[in-house]
Ligand binder design. Structure first.
Ligand code: UD1
Length: 432
C-alpha cells in the first residue's frame, strides 16, 4: 500500500498539461469494439481505470497495442461476445458500457451488475429501459444482466432522469439498430458529445449530441478510424483549485475553456483572477478567498465531480458557504476526513454548510473515493504542515501522474510505500 506525503503551504506556479478525459476514454474504448476494423485512440489518459478496462477487453479477445504513452490501437476483429465477470465489473463501474457496445455488435451480452459504491445508490434502470425500447430482452438474476435481441430495432426513449451513463450506453447500442432512434431528456455532458463524434468518425449517424434530444440512424457497419480524446475538465478544475488554495499562479493547458465555464464562474466569485485563451486557462489568486453557494447539476451546471474539491477550497473562504449535492445522494463521506485536517463542516442530508477556517493543519487522512481523495490533496497542499494521505489508489484511478504534475508546479509531495501488501484484488468501488 502506498501513501502521499504532502507538505503544504507552497504557492503553486507554472504550467500543467491536462490529460485526456477519463469519462470519455472509458466509453470510447468500448465504442471502438463495435467497429469491424482497428481504431487508433490518441490522448488516452494513462490512468488505472483505463488499464483495468484494457485488461477486461483483452480478456474478451480484443488486441491492444500501446503505440506511445497516450495512444492505443484497438483491434476488435477477434472479439468474442463477452461475459464480464463481477471481479471486473466491481473494479470499474463504467464496464457497463460493454453492455451497449456488445448489444450493438453481437445483439447480446452478459455483464455482471456494477458493484455498489460510496456516493449513493446507483441504479441502471434507465440503461435497461433504453435497451428494452430497442427490442432487447433483458433478464437479471444472480447479479448478472443477460441481454439478447433477436432483432435490434430503433425506438424512442424518454429518460426519466438525466443520466450520462444511460445516454451513452443506449446511444452505443442504437448505432447498429435497424431504423431510427430518438433519445429524449438525454445528458448534455461534453463527453457524451465526444463519444458521438468518435462513433460518427467510424461511420455512425448521430445528430443532436450535446442537446437533450439525440437522433441516431442505425448503420450496418462501422469502420476503423483514428480519434483524439477531449481533455479532462475535472482534472483541469482540480488544478485550478490547487492554484487558488495555495495563492498560486497556474496555467492549465490543453483544455476546452468553454467546458469549464461553470467552474470558472464560481472560482471568479471566490476571488480568482482567470484569463482564458484558446486551449488554456490561467488561474491566479491573491488575497482572501470569498464564500459562495453552489448546487451541483448535470451539465452545463456545476459538476458533481468537482463538489468535494470545491468544498475543500471553500473551507478557506471568508464567510459561510452552502453546497448542495444535486446529483448523488451520499457524496459527503469525505467530510469527516476533511474535518481531521481542521475543516468546519456540517452535513445535513444533501447539503453541507462550510464555515471559514484560517488554515488546514496536516494530519493522517484516508481517501474514500477518487474525488474525495482529490479534495484531501487540495486541503493538504494548503495545510500548514505535513499530511499523510492513504488509499491513494482511488486518486490514481483518475489522475494521471499526479505527483509529477504537482512537483513541476513546486509542490512538496512524494509517494511512499507503507508496510503491508494488498492481499486480493484492489477494491475500487465508488468508480466515478
Ligand atoms: C457519470 C460519471 C460520474 C459522474 C456522473 C454525474 C462516468 C464514467 N462517470 O456517472 O463521474 O459523477 O456521471 O455527472 O462518466 N440514475 C438513475 N438510473 C439510471 C442511471 C442513473 O436513477 O439508470 C441516477 C443516478 O442515481 C444519479 C443520476 O441519475 O442520481 C446521474 O447518474 P449518471 O449520470 O447515470 O451517472 P454515471 O453515468 O454513472
Amino acid at each position: 500500500m502506498s501513501k502521499f506525503i504532502i507538505k503544504g503551504g507552497i504557492p503553486l506556479k507554472g504550467n500543467v498539461v491536462i490529460s485526456g478525459a477519463k469519462n470519455a476514454a472509458v466509453a470510447i474504448i468500448p465504442a471502438a469494439l463495435m467497429s469491424g476494423e482497428p481504431c487508433t485512440i490518441e490522448n488516452v489518459p494513462n490512468i488505472r481505470d483505463v488499464h483495468t478496462l484494457i485488461d477486461i477487453i483483452t480478456n474478451m479477445g480484443a488486441k491492444i497495442v500501446w503505440l506511445d504513452e497516450h495512444t492505443i490501437e484497438i483491434d476488435p476483429t477477434e472479439l468474442r461476445c463477452p461475459m464480464v465477470p463481477y471481479e471486473s465489473s466491481k473494479q470499474l463501474r463504467a464496464s457497463y458500457y460493454l453492455l451497449g457496445a456488445m448489444i450493438g455488435r453481437f445483439g447480446r451480452a452478459t455483464v455482471s451488475m456494477p458493484g455498489g459504491c460510496e456516493i449513493g445508490n446507483r441504479p441502471i434502470d434507465q440503461h435497461l429501459k433504453g435497451f428494452r425500447a430497442l427490442g432487447v430482452d433483458i433478464c437479471t438474476g444472480n447479479g448478472v444482466i443477460n441481454a439478447q435481441a433477436s432483432a435490434l430495432t430503433g425506438g424512442t426513449i424518454y429518460f426519466d432522469t438525466v443520466s450520462v451513463g444511460a445516454t451513452i450506453n443506449v446511444m452505443l447500442a442504437s448505432v447498429r439498430a435497424q431504423g431510427a432512434t430518438v433519445l429524449e431528456n438525454a445528458a448534455k455532458e461534453p463527453h457524451v458529445v465526444d463519444v458521438a463524434n468518435f462513433l460518427n468518425s467510424l461511420g455512425a449517424d448521430i445528430v443532436g449530441a450535446g442537446t437533450d434530444i439525440i437522433r441516431v440512424k442505425g448503420v450496418q457497419k462501422l469502420t476503423g478510424h483514428s480519434y483524439f480524446i477531449m481533455p479532462d475538465q475535472i482534472e483541469a478544475g482540480t488544478f485550478m483549485l490547487c492554484s487558488m488554495v495555495t495563492g498560486g499562479d497556474i496555467e492549465v493547458s490543453n483544455v476546452t475553456p468553454k467546458h469549464l465555464r461553470a467552474i470558472t464562474d464560481k472560482l471568479k466569485n471566490m476571488g480568482a483572477s482567470i484569463t482564458e485563451s484558446d486551449d488554456a486557462v490561467r488561474v491566479r489568486m491573491q488575497g482572501e478567498l470569498r464564500c459562495t453557494n453552489i448546487k451541483t447539476m448535470p451539465y452545463p451546471g456545476f459538476p458533481t465531480d468537482m463538489q468535494p474539491q470545491i468544498v475543500a477550497a471553500l473551507c478557506l473562504a471568508k464567510g459561510t458557504s452552502i453546497v448542495t449535492e444535486g446529483v448523488w445522494e451520499n457524496r459527503f463521506k469525505y467530510a469527516n476526513e476533511l474535518i481531521r485536517l481542521g475543516a468546519n463542516l456540517q452535513v445535513n442530508d444533501r447539503t453541507v454548510v462550510v464555515e471559514n477556517i484560517p488554515q488546514f493543519k496536516g494530519a493522517p487522512v484516508t481517501a474514500t473515493d477518487l474525488r474525495a481523495g482529490a479534495a484531501l490533496m487540495i486541503a493538504a497542499l494548503a495545510a500548514k504542515d505535513t499530511t499523510e494521505l492513504e488509499q491513494i489508489h482511488h486518486i490514481e484511478r483518475g489522475y494521471e501522474d499526479i505527483i509529477t504534475k504537482l512537483q513541476k508546479l513546486g509542490a512538496n509531495i512524494s509517494k511512499t510505500h507503507c508496510e503491508g501488501t494488498l492481499t486480493g484484488p484492489i477494491e475500487l468501488r465508488g468508480a466515478v
